[in-house]
Design a protein around this ligand. Structure first.
Ligand code: FDA
Length: 292
């Protein structure tokens, strides 16, 4: 219930105005969103962590705004060290205007990234964008085989998706939105996650295990070992500000750990999704408001 309410708020312009104009939210935003992306990336990579950087923004409604999002990404690529990744939301590149436009824009980012030894991963968004996401991903892979894509295990067809994505870089997550017909019980989402993990680990692609869930992290490690993958054969991914100690612990054991680093002024929907994920996050948010 609380999660649904928070996700509904993430789309409310009124709530957005209220939250984003309050000086009291700064501490909470700073916890999840990089204030200075170059500094944060430098600090994380200096500690042996990998990064995937997201220029926050989604759902553009005109071509000019989509073009601006591309320009932001092209400038961002110049700041990143080799081996970094950028996470891209196709709705920010114009997917809701036209699939062709999103493909063209994502292709420009992939081409610029390849020149700098960087990779691109396409985030998964609302359920009505998933068909477009995979169509664009399939088209991009012809020229950029290392472009990655996200699969959300709360979608019942996620296993089928993973089976069709042989050879690809696939980031597996639980899913941060809502979708008709999606699994809603945590146990069902987790079971689906494990089924997908089995396919990805035993396949020919590169699995990216995006979760903070200790049980799924342990299962991923076991499945990787059973599939004969060494530490370079897959990676863990976690969000900036979430379980930073665990990120460092896994990296200290020799695992590849990539931190998803969002930055930019359009942080409202991202923050609301993070608060929706964990009631404890919401308590932290409310307490930091009340303690002022
Ligand atoms: P969940 O939130 O169910 O938590 C499971 C357990 O993890 C908890 O019980 C607790 O033990 C531990 N835990 C979680 N948060 C913690 C915290 N703050 N402190 C301590 N312990 C904590 N979604 C999407 O729809 N599209 C996308 O493209 C992406 N991309 C993406 C990239 C990356 C790198 C990550 C990590 C996640 C995404 N997501 C996403 C978000 C994802 O779908 C999901 O909403 C969140 O990761 C939360 O789910 P968890 O798997 O962490 O488990």
């Amino acid at each position: 219930m609380l999660r649904q309410a928070m996700l509904a708020l993430s789309k409310s312009r009124r709530a957005e105005r209220l939250v984003t104009t309050s000086p009291l939210t700064a501490d909470v935003v700073d916890r999840y969103v990089a204030d200075d992306v170059a500094r944060v990336v430098g600090a994380l990579t200096g500690e042996g962590l990998l990064v995937s950087v997201d220029h926050l923004g989604e759902e553009v409604t005109d071509e000019a705004a989509a073009g601006q999002a591309v320009a932001h990404y092209l400038a961002l690529l110049d700041l990143l060290p080799a081996g970094a990744d950028v996470s891209v939301k196709l709705t920010a590149l114009g997917l809701r205007l036209s699939q062709r436009l999103a493909l063209e824009h994502a292709g420009a980012i992939c081409a610029a990234a390849a020149q700098r030894d960087l990779t691109v991963t396409l985030d998964a968004e609302e359920h009505d964008t998933i068909a477009g996401l995979h169509a664009v991903h399939a088209a991009l892979r012809r020229e950029h085989p290392d472009v990655g894509v996200v699969v959300q295990s709360y979608l019942p067809d996620s296993l089928d998706r993973c089976e069709k994505l042989g050879g690809a870089r696939v980031r597996l997550c639980k899913g941060a939105y809502t979708a008709p017909g999606a699994y809603t019980r945590p146990a069902d989402i987790d079971r689906s996650y494990v089924r997908c993990l089995k396919v990805l680990m035993s396949g020919t692609g590169y699995p990216m295990v995006a979760t903070h869930d200790p049980r799924l992290i342990r299962i991923a490690a076991t499945l990787a070992e059973l599939a004969g993958r060494d530490a370079t054969g897959f990676e863990y991914q976690m969000l900036y500000g979430v379980r930073p100690d665990e990120q460092r612990r896994l990296a200290g054991l020799g695992a590849r750990v990539r931190v998803y680093v969002p930055y930019g002024s359009d942080w409202y929907p991202y923050l609301m999704r993070r608060l929706a994920e964990r009631p404890r996050n919401l308590t932290f948010f409310l307490r930091s408001l009340l303690s002022r």
